[in-house]
Design a protein around this ligand. Sequence first.
Ligand SMILES: C[S@@+](CC[C@H](N)C(=O)[O-])C[C@H]1O[C@@H](n2cnc3c(N)ncnc32)[C@H](O)[C@@H]1O
Length: 229
Amino acid sequence: MKIGERLQAIADMVPVGVTMADIGTDHAYLPIYLISHSIIARAIAGDIHQGPYLSAKNAVAAAQLEELISVRRGNGLEVVRPGEAETVVIAGMGGLNIIDILRSRPEVTATLKRLIVQPMIAASTVRMWLQTNGWQILNEQLVQEDGKLYQIIAAEPGESQPLEPILYEIGPLLWQSRHPLLLLHIEELIVHLRGVLAAMAGSAEAVHSAKYREFADKLKDLEDKRTCL
Ligand SMILES: C[S@@+](CC[C@H](N)C(=O)[O-])C[C@H]1O[C@@H](n2cnc3c(N)ncnc32)[C@H](O)[C@@H]1O
């Protein structure tokens, strides 16, 4: 079975031999890949919606992996008992949804040894949540697939110092390692912020708001970082 580059980068961050819960599994591609390559021992594949849940069930049955992959329907970490999984993956969702999932089952989140997240938006909010909730970012990757750039973050329980504010946006380890896709990533962030500021520029009230100032400062910090590359 071949998986795309994005899921491959996520798979590469999953420790060998663990039980992993893939929350929002959709077709269960990740657990099927990890189990069929003997990378992990067991998996829980959870999804909130009936369609993806059934896709996952069918895919796991077709791969004859029902004994090792438990497909469950439910909201976020509701499908995982405390201590049941060491690693949780939450990929392909918005950052606020990811935080909501982690926050709403603290008794499960507290027993995890590794968290791997791939937020589609609001990655900076996810990093801030991790840093202020006892998670240390240990690995970050950028992957380009079908012309789109994805950020993947792995964290483990541990204390860390607050970051220079703009590094919540960029990713501290992507910056530190000067990831090969870093320039493209920063340019995407700049284009996005310019778009937001241009949209706000139509309203005098918006231009004088604290949000506008905050976005303008962020844009300047990103442009400064770009010149350092
Ligand atoms: C875009 S798919 C991502 C699938 C896969 N994780 C990936 O990265 O390729 C998002 C999936 O998350 C599921 N989902 C969204 N919110 C969820 C929640 N609170 N709990 C469980 N699943 C959720 C959706 O039903 C959908 O199947």
